[in-house]
Design a protein around this ligand. Structure first.
Ligand code: GLA
Length: 381
């Protein structure tokens, strides 16, 4: 650690500590930006932010313990950086400055306990923790939904991923032992009791993140927009894939390529699955929830084509074990974690076998952890 960083840390006087969690999603991927449904919740792994005002008008300094790097900037001169993590920070501060003039100079120390590129949205945790913290530190009194939306805009405008609302929403709005059924069209949601006993939530991290993730993500978005454009030429009220039924889609079969048909079909079916899954969870039918998770994975793999061989291998491996009642890739895809519902007594044995099989096949270490639905972004107690 350079002398510079040591002095910064030693002189730091914590005024406020914020914890911002990663998220999991039981079902409903690539549905959020199509105005659909998702079923996420926050996890017990977090990024911790310590804040202090530094008494200046516009000087800001943030130290990332994970990267052992410091980002220094002036509130009056914010522009894009070539370093990715810095853009999440700069983007959030920039978006905040568009709606408030109450932010002054501040210092911040960031300690992340979230693996990056694991599909558990360390990016939303970073954006939302910063937005939430500055809202507190400078008494901005912005409602949570405003913080969520500006975090999303930061990602669109500074990072360049045209993400939906799920990750930021889950990171901020989640509550302990609950799962969120979010309607991304109306932005209304329902909290569902998460009672998985005797099953546990096991994340298996492929430890790969193929770099096409961001470009392919934007391509999928564009493909969905294309379908909407074509269908809305005949049906004026259609604004998103949410407004399209399977029968309407079939009517446009000759106007749509086979690929576009598959993409749209996946989204329509995944929305149906999310609703079925939320009902299954409410009546504690975990086997049905699990079945829908497997179906979701096959849709993401074959129709939407955002999986990869490492994720498919793990889901196949889970499906062969009847103690794993549900498994799927999670998030944007092309790497990261699978989420698995596994009987508590089977975990140790399963993880050992999965690690060995994965290592034999790809020569990569598989990592794993058990998680539980947790509180969203909040002040540390
Ligand atoms: C990423 C995006 C989300 C969502 C998922 C896929 O995590 O940030 O908005 O679209 O991919 O469900």
């Amino acid at each position: 650690m350079s002398h510079n960083h040591t002095a910064f840390i030693e002189n730091f006087k914590k005024e406020l500590v914020i914890e911002s969690p990663g998220r999991i999603n039981f079902i409903g991927d690539h549905t959020d930006y199509n105005n659909g449904f998702v079923l996420p919740t926050a996890i017990d792994k977090k990024i911790v932010f310590s804040f202090e005002k530094n008494g200046t008008d516009s000087h800001c300094a943030l130290y990332s313990a994970s990267y052992n790097e410091k980002l220094v900037f002036d509130l009056n001169k914010i522009s894009n950086s070539d370093t990715e993590w810095e853009n999440y920070i700069l983007g959030v501060v920039f978006e905040l400055l568009q709606i408030t003039n109450k932010i002054k100079g501040f210092n911040c120390i960031i300690e992340s306990h979230l693996p990056i590129g694991a599909g558990i949205s360390s990016s939303a945790a970073l954006e939302c923790g910063l937005a939430y913290g500055l809202n507190q530190l400078f008494n901005l009194e912005l409602p949570k939904i405003t913080l969520i939306k500006l975090a999303q805009r930061a990602e669109h405008n500074f990072v360049g991923t045209k993400c939906g609302i799920m990750d930021q929403f889950a990171s901020v709005m989640s509550e302990e032992n609950k799962v969120i059924l979010l309607d991304c069209m109306s932005e209304t949601y329902r909290l569902i009791d998460a009672n998985f006993s005797p099953y546990k939530i096991l994340l298996l991290n492929t430890n790969v993140s193929h770099n096409l993730a961001s470009s392919e993500y934007n391509t999928r978005r564009a493909e969905c927009d294309e379908v909407v454009k074509i269908i809305s030429s005949g049906y004026k009220t259609v604004k998103s894939l949410r407004d399209i039924s399977k029968s309407t889609l079939y009517k446009f079969k000759k106007d749509l390529s086979e690929k576009l048909m598959r993409r749209a079909f996946y989204v329509i079916e995944e929305n149906e699955r999310v609703l079925q899954a939320s009902e299954a969870l409410e009546r504690n039918d975990l086997k049905q929830l699990g079945k829908l998770m497997y179906q979701s994975h096959r849709g993401l793999q074959k129709q939407y084509e955002v999986s990869c061989k490492e994720l498919d291998f793990l889901v196949d491996f889970s499906e062969e074990n009847d103690q794993v009642i549900g498994s799927r890739m999670m998030g944007g895809g092309f790497g990261g974690c699978t989420i698995n519902l596994i009987h508590k007594d089977a975990i140790d044995d399963f993880v050992v076998k999965a690690k060995k099989a994965y290592k034999d096949r790809f020569n990569i270490e598989l990592t794993s952890f058990i998680t539980v639905p947790s509180q969203g972004t909040s002040i540390q107690k």
